[in-house]
Design a protein around this ligand. Sequence first.
Ligand code: PGA
Length: 255
Amino acid sequence: MRKKIVAGNWKMNLLDEEVINFIVDFNSRKNEIESDSEIIILPASIYLDTMISMPDWDIKIGAQNCSQFNNGAYTGEISAAMLRDFDYDSENLHYCLVGHSERREYFNEQNDVLAEKVNRLIENGLKPIYCCGEELQHRESESHFDWVQAQIEEGLFHLKEEELKQVVIAYEPVWAIGTGKTATSNQAQEMHAFIRSLIAKKYGDSTANSISILYGGSCKPENASELFDQPDIDGGLIGGASLKVDSFIQIINSF
Ligand code: PGA
């Protein structure tokens, strides 16, 4: 059985008071959650501490980025070891995004650097949520499968089987992120099945069937059920709609 996951990527949104209000509101409405999916929130790193320290907060937490280096003269960076160290006692911080399309586009992160970030996280006992997805031009020129294949192979396929099993994959077509345009459930299912087939070819069916692949890109309460009903879609990476308790809970309950 693959883990069902709903992860909220808060990006560079919400200040401390808003983070606290979200948590208090979410906690007071926990009885509305009808799904057994794993719930993750990925706040800005500076608020990880606020989130970890909140009482009764048993939702999993993740960072949005980490350095590809272990330590050293890399001003402004946060290492995977620091993330691990940060939460050593409470063990709530389990995940870190790698290769979100905004990191690829605005910070020029390429597959080889992302492969190093994946390595640092796994070495430090954290689970990478590895993002992939094509831009509109790739889909229009029908090179979207090749593009995603290269992202998966170059970012992940150096891993040993046991290491790959620590990874969650998020397929996010770039043209659907924050645009209100969602991939149809057929388009999303087709790409998820393709990604799973790549893993099966390299690592075998049992590994391929154990890895959760999330869909991201304008996922909202209105379309989440149809997406989550697809056989190879194991949950969602939610941006805008995860910033409001109401819509986030509705998406969680779409399973
Ligand atoms: P969106 O973002 O749901 O706002 O489209 C998804 C993401 O970027 O992870």
